[in-house]
Design a protein around this ligand. Structure first.
Ligand code: ACM
Length: 777
């Protein structure tokens, strides 16, 4: 759609007084992005003026041309009932009547399945498509046209939408192995996927920490493999016995999920990870592992060494598992993992080495490829396809395999170059366990954040591919890994609203994408989330604050911003909640201490967050920093995590920002003029990570002097010790300690403080929670 078309469209809607959205005035509309008139996500390929608007009410009839369309209409009516006040009668099969009409039209088949046309006129709304999937996509668009606005008055604007997906694979992956979700929660995610026109649900069902899928032939996979004792105190009950974390899905439950997804035109792709991430399976059936002796499902995140055995009996075991998987999952693709299978156990096993030589294979990579090729043949013989993580390229790609590129896009480029199909899912852009803002109130996860802007800007088709190679890019997927996502609230927080950006990179043509325009359409999507009880992240919609303290001058300079780049920030300093009439944030603000600052982001005169952000800029705040407001020292390494406490067993737990390689917290430009001591509050949490050997070698800590090490503060990371205090052996009953370390007198007035805990205290580690400068008086 050209800009000219869009403007015409807005004008025609204005003329009929039918603008959806935020009760716009003409003045607003001329300055607002054009597609605000139809706040659809993902943005359709073409929106033109329709013949006339139409009003849907409880008497509106829905008619269809057959059973497939009737099923789509049923989904439409149900979802509309949840997202709006409109409760329509079931659809009737028969000739078109006034009202909403779903019908097939073979001429509308596009290049990628799922195209549709939606036309609004005086007689009603007509949705046509070549396939049921296309009708379903049209239905989701109509749900959006009838929801998300203020009035929810049933007005459908006069639009004529011609739409088609960019990609066939519009994916979302859920890790149910590290933490487990209920069937109801998964169905809620599937509802949300449908609303976003996502059509592929990749279900990560097996990993080191849990096997979550019933396999009738091998009951121990779930009897043994579905329970783990979490690390630290979280794994010990009040009786001192192991407190297990358990969960699996029965085959009946899985069939129910698959059917629920199919009704929403979503295909479920199960993942059975081979040959690595196999510890839970090996715990259940040690004979299919490599090392002797019992093991148990892992409590460690990261890369664990347990591999399946590459021998014939184990391949048959895996084929027998796959035979049941194929019965449950009718979709074309089966994900066989292939990622992070560190080969230590195979290298150390004389039996595996003899097997490798007997097969005439070069190395362990070739042995992995041998296993995957065998499983691919099993799948191909049954008209299915193998997809795997990009490591499956190493050692030789199975001939028909599709590659899911996660270690950046390079694996995808290589696979496409060699004529293999590809799904792009780069970790640094589309892993939703990376937090979405750098705010302290993000839940546990990976704080090197992945913003909405970053997700939105991703183009799954690398520029260097030829036209022929580009055809191999099937699509794109975001992955919700759940090591740090123990609860459903946190999971929703991480997924939403970033799923909105995912949907647009999966669906909308790149030349149609505009982040500002997306921001203008997002508030309506948030309203739909609310209607669907989706607890989306407020952090992204809130206000972020950067402060510069002047303790001597008793003032603070703050910079405010919204993480999504909404620009209208209003603030107050009198304790009241900011309104659209409050002072507009003008740029950096210098405020006296104390000030209670509140700020709220607005769009089109309405707040985008549910509550204002609030800061108490008092004297205490000048003296105190937390793990979230401190920086990390440069030698800390890349792997910054926000880790949850293992305590208490029930109820809310604290969490801590820490780099697991060389933990060190940095207070830049601390003002020490009148300070006599540092007071630290520290927690004690499990260190539970499997690392590659070369990564393990990079771990570091300062050598301890006292029996249990000490808390140390240095002037800069290489400077003199400003303060040091011995650590106790253990934390107190609440899991915390508080210590005071006197400042050793010296010349420093303003300096960087580097704070560390010395000693290797694994399997636990000290983590800084809060540090306070103790004034002399
Ligand atoms: C992965 O993140 N290991 C695919």
């Amino acid at each position: 759609m050209t800009r000219l078309h869009t403007r015409t469209h807005v004008r025609s809607l204005l003329a009929t007084g039918l603008l959806l959205g935020a009760g716009l005035t003409a003045a607003h509309a001329t300055s607002a992005p054009p597609s605000l008139a139809v706040p659809l996500i993902p943005l359709p390929q073409q929106v033109q003026p329709g013949a006339a608007p139409y009003r849907v009410d409880a008497t509106t009839t829905v008619s269809v041309d057959g059973e497939g369309a009737r099923a789509v209409a049923g989904q439409f009516i149900a979802l509309l009932g949840k997202t709006s006040a409109l409760h329509l009668q079931p659809a009737r099969v028969g000739k078109p009547v006034r009202g909403i009409r779903f019908e097939h039209d073979a001429s509308l088949a596009g290049n990628v399945e799922g195209s549709y046309r939606l036309q609004v006129g005086a007689q009603g709304v007509r949705i046509r498509a070549a396939t049921d999937a296309g009708l379903f996509n049209g239905a989701m668009t109509l749900v959006q046209l009838l929801s998300g606005g203020d009035g929810q008055d049933g007005q459908v604007p006069a639009v004529d939408i011609t739409d088609a997906p960019r990609f066939a694979w519009r994916g979302f992956m859920l890790d149910s192995a590290r933490h487990f979700q209920s069937i109801e929660q998964i169905k809620q995610l599937l509802d949300a996927m449908a609303l976003h026109k996502l059509n592929t649900f990749h279900w990560h069902l097996t990993d080191d920490q849990g096997w979550r899928m019933e396999i009738k032939r091998y009951p121990k996979l779930t009897e043994v493999g579905s329970c783990r004792a979490p690390a630290g105190q979280a794994g010990v009950g009040p009786d001192g016995k192991p407190h297990l974390y358990c969960g699996y899905y029965t085959q009946a439950q899985i069939r129910d999920v698959v059917a629920y997804a199919a009704a929403r035109h979503i295909t479920v792709v199960p993942e059975i990870d081979v040959p690595g991430h196999a510890q839970a399976a090996v715990a259940a059936y040690p004979e299919h592992g490599v090392v002797d002796g019992p093991t148990q499902p892992s409590a460690n995140w990261g890369v664990n060494p347990y591999l399946f055995n590459p021998r014939e009996e184990t391949l048959q075991f895996l084929e027998n598992i796959l035979a049941e998987v194929l019965e449950m999952f009718p979709g074309q693709y089966i994900h066989i993992g292939g990622d992070e299978a560190v080969k230590y156990q195979w290298q150390a096993s004389p039996v595996v080495q003899a097997h490798l030589r007997a097969l005439g294979l070069k190395d362990e990579e070739a042995l992995q490829s041998h296993m995957l090729k065998r499983l691919e043949t099993f799948l191909e013989d049954r008209d299915r396809k193998l997809i795997g993580w990009d490591e499956i390229i190493e050692g030789g790609l199975p001939p028909q395999a599709t590659v899911m590129s996660w270690r950046g896009i390079e694996g995808g480029i290589e696979a496409a170059t060699h004529g293999h199909d590809v799904v792009m899912s780069p970790g640094n852009t589309l892993y939703l366990d990376f937090l979405q803002t750098n705010l302290p109130d993000e839940p546990p996860g990976r704080p090197k954040f992945t913003s909405m802007q970053r997700v939105y800007a991703f183009d799954p088709v690398p520029a260097q591919l030829t036209a022929e190679q580009r055809r191999h890019i099937l699509g794109v997927q975001a992955n919700m890994w759940t090591e740090h996502t123990r609860t459903w609230e946190r999971l929703q927080h991480n997924v939403f609203p970033r799923m909105a950006a995912l949907s647009e990179i999966a669906w909308t043509a790149p030349e149609r994408k505009s982040y500002d325009d997306f921001l203008a359409r997002l508030p309506a999507q948030l309203q739909r989330y609310k209607a669907l009880d989706i607890a989306y992240a407020q952090t992204a919609l809130s206000v972020a604050m950067k402060r510069q303290d002047d303790r001597a001058g008793n003032k603070v300079t703050v910079e405010l911003s919204n993480p999504l780049s909404y620009r209208d920030i209003r603030y107050t300093t009198d304790g009241s909640t900011p309104t659209a009439q409050s002072a507009a944030y003008p740029g950096a603000l210098t405020l006296p201490v104390p000030t209670e600052l509140k700020a709220l982001t607005f769009f089109n005169g309405k707040p985008v967050a549910d509550a204002p952000s609030r800061w108490n800029l008092d004297a205490e705040s000048l003296l105190t920093r937390t793990d979230k407001t401190l920086a990390q020292c440069p030698q800390g390494g890349r792997l910054l995590l926000r880790l949850e406490d293992d305590n208490p067993l029930q109820g809310a737990r604290d969490n801590f920002d820490v780099t697991i390689f060389n933990p060190c917290w940095l207070w830049e430009d601390a003002q020490l003029q009148d300070i006599r001591a540092f007071k630290v509050r520290a927690g004690r949490i499990p260190y539970n990570f499997g690392l590659l050997r070369e990564e393990e070698a990079k771990r570091g800590y300062r050598k301890p002097v006292a029996a249990h090490g000490e808390f140390e503060v240095r002037a800069g990371c290489e400077g003199r010790v400003l303060a040091s205090v011995p650590l106790p052996r253990e934390a107190g009953a609440d899991g915390f300690i508080e210590l005071e370390a006197p400042l050793r007198a010296g010349p420093e007035q303003v300096t960087d403080l580097c704070m560390t805990f010395s000693g290797d205290t694994r399997p636990q580690m000290w983590v800084l929670d809060q540090v306070r400068l103790q004034p002399a008086k």
